[in-house]
Write a protein that binds this ligand. Structure first.
Ligand code: SAH
Length: 195
């Protein structure tokens, strides 16, 4: 993907469209903000950074875990062929779906449930983006990653995590690299911190 196009997209995408609470006033501040249900919308600069590291292209089939408001989903939708996104809080999933449809994003398939074990029926995925803190890199997500695939996932306890890049080469060999410390809300479900 082209970094200038990514920056351009991030400037044009109005983040206030994704925030319904009183925090909408702060939409243009580069911070994570509360969106209800104990969850947050990610910090714009981190969304840009994670999208850059994921590096999707127009042929990529992308799996996203943690739809939240759909803010990160909009980036993935714009820069890839199709997005499969999973959110565990039904209310967040339905408002994100309605919002993204209204905004004209049509290459997205939505699911409510525990995304920490992926979405086997649509696998393999060229790219996987996890936007909540996992206990470890889920085995199922490694399995569902296509050859030459990339996964970006924050791994660690609720207080602080290591943003981790997992790549799979042509032959299926896995490499893991640590990018930087980040702070996300906890993942729930099988590889999360609570059910
Ligand atoms: N990227 C989102 C924010 C992510 S916050 C945005 O930009 O708005 C993390 C989200 O992951 C929350 O909405 C939370 O409910 C969801 N989540 C937590 N555990 C999950 C799981 N196991 N499966 C799917 N979604 C999960």
């Amino acid at each position: 993907m082209n970094y200038d196009e990514l920056l351009d997209f991030s400037k044009k995408l109005d983040r206030s469209e994704f925030i319904e609470s009183e925090f909408r006033l702060f939409a243009h501040v580069d911070e994570a903000l509360p969106i209800g249900f104990g969850q947050t919308i990610s910090q714009p600069s981190l969304v840009v950074e994670m999208t850059r590291i994921l590096n999707p292209d127009k042929k990529s089939r992308v799996l996203e875990i943690g739809t939240g408001t759909g803010y990160q989903t909009a980036f993935l939708s714009h820069f890839s062929e199709s997005v499969y996104t999973i959110e565990i809080v039904p209310e967040l999933a339905s408002s994100a779906k309605e919002r993204l449809r209204r905004m004209g994003y049509i290459n997205i398939t939505y699911k409510v449930g525990d995304g920490s074990t992926g979405w086997a029926e649509h696998a393999p995925f060229d790219r996987i983006m996890v936007t909540a803190a996992a206990k470890k890199v889920p085995d199922e997500l490694i399995e569902q990653l296509a050859p030459e695939g990339r996964m970006v996932i924050p791994v660690g306890p609720p207080s602080v995590q290591m943003l981790t890049l997992v790549t799979k080469d042509k032959r299926g060999k896995i490499s893991i690299s640590e990018i930087e410390y980040v702070q996300f809300v906890e993942l729930r479900g099988k590889y999360g911190w609570w059910s």
